[in-house]
Design a binder for this molecule. Structure first.
Ligand SMILES: Cc1cc2nc3c(=O)[nH]c(=O)nc-3n(C[C@H](O)[C@H](O)[C@H](O)COP(=O)(O)OP(=O)(O)OC[C@H]3O[C@@H](n4cnc5c(N)ncnc54)[C@H](O)[C@@H]3O)c2cc1C
Length: 454
């Protein structure tokens, strides 16, 4: 039987859309199946009453996002559509926001670190600079840190380096437990993206890239795939209303979902899929009648709330400081991120209770919040960010060395990189693997494969 499609992609997140875009450029017939009514996955944004709400990702960087910027340039997205974020990062300590987090100038300014911890931060930064060349973002398993966890790495330094720098960064941006996730991907990412002063956001919402990619693609939204089965010549998708055959399938969904959908993964695939666990993410967007933000001597984009100070929140984000277009003139938009440890509890609670718990916790950072909130939205991601555990790091080389097969995978977890750049790179990589296999079996030219290989 002739397959209906060259390639079927499952998932219209940024990984699946990138894979579909690359495969389409190579002249293949590609269709993307997405269970949600919209594209973007964890980079989805929605508009409400003049506010633009980012439900997942918040920012990118001019550094360490090479594949993303290449894609943006190819799609003709001007630099001005990806402006610099306003404001800086601060850490809450002893009743006050201390600016300068994640910036090497913290060695001088403190950013919530005690004087002895600042000296250790300088030591940590020199160590990272010395070993920088070993931290290629695509090979987190090949660094001098091996499979040391973040907590083990931090134990080399003053306790504050963990409690008031690495834990709050891991908690706010990845929902990571520092005793479970490894240090190599974290240090690699921090080295790659540079200080927050340079970070960027998409002007009209974090879904900009997803929307632009989807414009040129065949995307079917609102269609969940229930199972994928593969044979020697291709694969079959099982949907509510029948099946679809394709010469190849790209499963561009979080690893636990891929493990559930793929009927018969090989042993090396199954082992890595099982090792790629995720942390959940939960955030509450508060649409404000005025531009309130955490108090600090300077405009704040993110206030990190370390576990040593707060058990409920991991950070407060001032979206209208990130970019003024996120809220109408004279109004504000705040995001309250839940600490990963409270999320299992919150997932069982009604939304009104979730909003109440998070806004109650946020009052100490944002006085007047109660009276300023006009509307709140709760966003949950059961699979928020890939954890990058020691086990996943150990199994990754074998997974990456597997031969191309009818069912390929894409997603940030493939790169063990908890950021959208990892998803984009994985999408391009999956496309090159599909092309390699199809070219091998049908004599298609290999030129495009080389272009796409990372
Ligand atoms: C709260 C949060 C904050 C973040 N902040 C940042 C940040 O500031 N910067 C950054 O770079 N990254 C950030 N990230 C990470 C970034 O969002 C992800 O790395 C990236 O979006 C992952 O893309 P993906 O395509 O791999 O997966 P996803 O976006 O999860 O896409 C998977 C898609 O598959 C669909 N799907 C699932 N099951 C099925 C099925 N059975 N059938 C059909 N479709 C299905 C889903 O609906 C989804 O659309 C953040 C993530 C979260 C959760």
């Amino acid at each position: 039987m002739t397959p209906q499609l060259d390639v079927a992609v499952v998932g219209a997140g940024i990984a699946g859309l990138t894979a579909a875009h690359e495969l389409g450029r190579a002249g293949l017939t590609v269709r993307v199946y997405e269970e949600q009514p919209h594209v973007g996955g964890r980079m989805h944004s929605f508009r409400h009453d003049g506010y633009t709400v980012d439900t997942g990702a918040e920012q990118i960087s001019p550094h360490g996002y090479r594949a993303t910027w290449e894609l943006l340039a190819r799609l003709g997205v001007p630099d001005s559509d990806v402006p610099r974020v306003g404001g800086s990062l601060a850490t809450w300590r002893n009743g006050r926001a201390r600016p300068g987090a994640a910036d090497h100038r913290a060695v001088l300014t403190g950013a919530g670190l005690s004087p002895r911890a600042r000296a250790d931060l300088a030591r940590m930064l020199s160590w990272a600079a010395l070993h920088r060349r070993h931290f290629a973002a695509d090979r987190p398993e090949h660094t001098p840190l091996g499979t040391a966890t973040v907590a083990e790495f931090a134990a080399r330094y003053h306790r504050d380096v963990h409690d008031y720098l690495l834990q709050p960064l891991c908690g706010a941006f990845f929902g990571w437990d520092t005793a479970r996730s490894t240090a190599a991907p974290l240090i690699g990412l921090l080295l790659a993206v540079g200080p927050p002063a340079g970070w960027r956001t998409y002007r009209d919402g974090m879904d900009l890239l997803a929307r632009r990619l989807a414009d040129g693609l065949d995307v079917v939204t609102g269609r969940a795939v229930h199972q994928v089965t593969s044979g020697r010549r291709g694969a079959r998708l099982h949907l509510d209303d029948g099946t679809v055959t394709a010469r190849a399938v790209v499963l561009a969904v979080p690893a636990p979902v891929a493990a559930r959908l793929h009927a018969r993964p090989t042993a090396d695939e199954a082992a890595y899929l099982a090792a790629c666990t995720f942390t959940p993410a939960l955030k509450v967007s508060c649409l404000l009648d005025r531009p309130l933000a955490p108090a600090c001597g300077r405009p704040l984009y993110v206030l990190l709330t370390p576990r040593a100070e707060d058990r409920v929140l991991s950070c407060v984000i001032a979206d209208h400081v990130k970019h003024p277009g996120r809220a109408p003139d004279g109004k504000g938009l705040l995001t309250l991120m839940a600490d990963a440890r409270t999320i299992p509890d919150l997932l069982r609670a009604p939304h009104a209770e979730v909003v109440d718990r998070l806004t109650t916790a946020a009052r100490r950072y944002v006085p007047g919040l109660d009276t300023a909130v006009r509307r709140s939205f709760v966003h949950t991601h059961v699979h928020g960010l890939p954890e990058a555990t020691a086990r996943a790091l150990r199994l990754r080389p074998r997974f990456m060395a597997r031969a191309p097969r009818p069912v390929e995978y894409a997603g940030d977890w493939v790169m063990l990189r908890p950021a959208s750049e990892g998803a984009v790179r994985s999408g391009a990589l999956a496309a090159s693997r599909v092309l390699a296999r199809l070219a091998g079996s049908h004599g298609r030219p290999a030129r495009r494969i080389e272009e796409l290989t990372l």
